[in-house]
Ligand binder design. Structure first.
Ligand SMILES: Nc1ccn([C@H]2C[C@H](O)[C@@H](COP(=O)(O)OP(=O)(O)OP(=O)(O)O)O2)c(=O)n1
Length: 181
C-alpha cells in the first residue's frame, strides 16, 4: 500500500499552504511539540519513517523545506536566547557529535541492507532522531555562515556532474583523480 508522507511526518490535510508552496502553520504547529504536546497520534507510529513508497520507490515528504527547518531552528534558538552559544564553530562541533551518534547505531552491526529490513521500529525512530539532529545543526551552521544551502547544493551537484560524467564513470566508484582522459 502506498503511504502518505504527510501523514508519516504528522502533517495533515487542512493546514494552510501559502501561495509559494510553504506551509506557514508548519513551524507553529510543530513548535508545540517542544512544549509537551505529542508530535503525532500513536496510531501513526507505523507510518513514522516510511515517507512515501510508490511503485517500490521511496521519496521524502515535500515538507518541511530546508528553509522551513532553518526558520524553525532559528525560532527554537531565539526563544531560548541560545544564539550566544550557537556560533559557527559550536554548531560544527555539535553536528559532528550528532554524526557520531548516527554512527553508534551502525557500529557493531554487520552489513546493513537498504531500507533497514531487520531494524525494529524503535531502532528506526532512534536513527530518525539522530539524522534529524545532524540536519538541524547542518542547516543552522549554513544559516550562521550565510550560505544559501539549497542553492549551494544545486551548484555543487552541477560540479559533481561535470567531474563525474555518467558516460565515463558508469559502474565505477573510483575518485575523479584516478581517471585518465
Ligand atoms: N544547545 C542546544 C541543545 C540542543 N539543541 C537541539 C538541536 C538538536 O536537534 C537537539 C540536540 O539535543 P541534545 O544535545 O540533547 O542531543 P540528543 O537529542 O542527541 O540527546 P542525547 O545526546 O542524549 O542522545 O536539540 C540545540 O539546538 N541547542
Amino acid at each position: 500500500m502506498a503511504t502518505n508522507g504527510k501523514e508519516a511526518c504528522g502533517v495533515k490535510d487542512g493546514v494552510s499552504v501559502s501561495s509559494n508552496g510553504t506551509n506557514k502553520d508548519f513551524a507553529k504547529s510543530h513548535s508545540a511539540v517542544g512544549n509537551g504536546v505529542a508530535a503525532e497520534p500513536s496510531s501513526h507510529s507505523k507510518l513514522r519513517n516510511t515517507g512515501t513508497v510508490q511503485s517500490g520507490k521511496f521519496t521524502f515528504s515535500p515538507e518541511p523545506t530546508i528553509e522551513d527547518i532553518r526558520r524553525m531552528q532559528a525560532e527554537f534558538t531565539d526563544e531560548r536566547d541560545w544564539n550566544q552559544f550557537h556560533q559557527p564553530r559550536n554548531l560544527l562541533l555539535a553536528m559532528v557529535g550528532e554524526v557520531g551518534e548516527v554512527a553508534e547505531h551502525f557500529q557493531w552491526r554487520g552489513e546493513v541492507a537498504e531500507g533497514l529490513p531487520d531494524w525494529t521500529e524503535s531502532e528506526r525512530e532512534q536513527l530518525a532522531h539522530e539524522l534529524s539532529d545532524v540536519l538541524i545543526y547542518l542547516v543552522e551552521l549554513a544559516d550562521k555562515c550565510r550560505i544559501d544551502l539549497p542553492q549551494a547544493v544545486i551548484r555543487k551537484m552541477a560540479l559533481n556532474r561535470l567531474k563525474y560524467p555518467a558516460s565515463k564513470v558508469h559502474g565505477s566508484a573510483k575518485k575523479y583523480t584516478e581517471y585518465k582522459d
